[in-house]
Write a protein that binds this ligand. Structure first.
Ligand code: PGA
Length: 249
């Protein structure tokens, strides 16, 4: 899977143009699931543009309650039928908006209640990596999500994105060795706790140039792409790298 997280970028018109170009560019890479995660207000118009394409449409966040006095928030029942997949636990939500592990777990549970697939993002800060606590941090983040699940999620219900915070938007990609080690650990940990593990993506400054080597790693099943997902040519190049690496299923 290659998923593009547009973050708070593009007007609706710009988003429609980007979506059209991406859908046209990756029409033939049948082995890779491609997803686009635009801002909420883009979802309805993009749904129409993407209806005849194989690109999945996703949201960047969700609230854990179904409805109520939560000004500015969007709930899972609002997204059901509009989206195929929803990202939760992105490090920007955690760091800039104070989202806790427990809240990420509740968001995950809300998505499952409404039949929405989840991308759960986890990852350590630079200081945590330097302190040797990468595995402990991702385990804690994943355990909070699994604890919120009434029954263990099956691999088709979710995707995990390993995104080291120090690599996001910094141009400093994790080395394939670092990314592989963390993704292998995540797969093993989740399989031990939940009985099975879903696909594990790497995210953090992935470009069309760095993608192939990352996606060739045994435990990296694709990528969550930020900056490069705003450039149709770069994003399509990353999808092509996933196809070439045989990570798509
Ligand atoms: P980046 O963002 O590719 O711009 O580093 C990745 C992400 O935040 O998902």
């Amino acid at each position: 899977m290659v998923a593009g997280n547009w973050k708070m970028n593009t007007t609706v018109e710009q988003g429609l143009e980007l979506a059209r170009r991406v859908a046209a560019g990756c029409a033939t890479q049948a082995a890779v699931e491609v997803a686009m995660l635009p801002p909420f207000v883009h979802l309805r118009p993009l749904r129409e543009v993407l209806s005849s394409s194989r690109v999945l449409l996703g949201a960047q966040d969700v609230h854990w309650e179904d409805a109520g006095a939560f000004t500015g928030e969007v709930s899972a029942p609002m997204l059901a039928g509009l989206c195929d997949i929803v990202l939760v636990g992105h490090s920007e939500r955690r760091q800039l908006f104070g989202e806790t592990d427990e809240q990420t777990g509740r968001k995950f549970a809300a998505l499952r209640r409404h039949g929405l697939r989840a991308i759960v993002a986890v990852g350590e800060t630079g200081a945590e990596r330097d302190a040797g606590s990468t595995a402990a941090v991702v385990d804690r983040q994943l355990d909070a999500v699994l604890a919120a699940a009434a029954r263990p999620p099956t691999p088709d219900e979710w995707v995990i994105a390993y995104e080291p915070v120090w690599a996001i938007g910094t141009g400093r990609t994790a080395t394939p060795g670092q990314a592989q080690e963390a993704c292998a650990h995540i797969r093993e940990h989740v399989a031990a706790v939940a009985g099975s593990a879903p696909r594990v993506l790497y995210g953090g400054s992935v470009t069309a140039d760095s993608a192939l080597e990352l996606f060739r790693c045994a435990d990296i099943d694709g990528g969550l792409i930020g900056g490069a997902s705003l450039d149709a040519e770069a994003f399509v190049g990353i999808v092509a790298a996933a196809e070439a690496a045989g990570t798509g299923r």
